[in-house]
Write a protein that binds this ligand. Sequence first.
Ligand code: T5A
Length: 216
Amino acid sequence: MAHGYPGTFLTLEGPEGAGKTTQVKLLSTKLDAIGIPHLITRDPGGTPLGKQIRRVLLTPGNPVSPMAELLLYSADRAQHVDELIIPALKAGKLVICDRYTDSTVAYQGYGRNLDLELISQLNGMSTQGLKPELTILFDLESEKGLGRLHPGGHDRMEREAIEFHHRVRKGYLELVKKEPERWQVIDASKALSAVQDELKQIICTAFGKRFDLSQL
Ligand code: T5A
């Protein structure tokens, strides 16, 4: 394991409404049923401090400058990695995190046009250098994803202009191109059950030697 802990670290990424939360809930039920020690968590808001930061970041109408936004997502992640993710990896768990550093690159880097090198440095600092072993992109056209949500979007980020969401998706696709060995891409426009089957297959192939996933 590249990170040096006995556990396994998987992250899920994608634009708004791609279905990550729905899929990860289904997966967690299954992992519980077959007794795989795991932690399902999310960025932002995985810890008590993170929940407060999440509220600040996502409340519609809150004035948050792009740099303040970047630093708040990074602060949330620093706490999350330290308080929850590293201890779970030390305990040998399968850690599945709904959004991580690639969200910061896609949203604050490509979406807000903040400096990618600065983001890379902040990502390294906030995570103590902890990188996922595998990242799954739930890829979906922005219009389709937003169309699955409440009309007009619920939160501050969902309410951004469509051009912002296009840049975010483009950012994700660029990230896949830059580091194809770390990424798997799922076509998230497929039916829920087809997406779940593909997700399970990817996880079994990647981690089936470390955990008994034969019943997944
Ligand atoms: N952010 C986050 C940053 O800008 N920088 C960062 O560094 C980080 C970490 C987080 C926001 O913060 C931004 C990104 C986000 O804007 P969030 O609420 O945690 O906010 O955001 P999301 O992860 O995007 O949550 P969403 O709910 O918007 O998207 P999901 O989880 O991908 O989608 P889900 O599962 O909730 O599904 C949405 C709807 O689609 C339906 C579901 O039933 C649901 O109604 N659905 C499907 N419909 C048809 N076919 C399918 N296959 C479907 N799958 C789900």
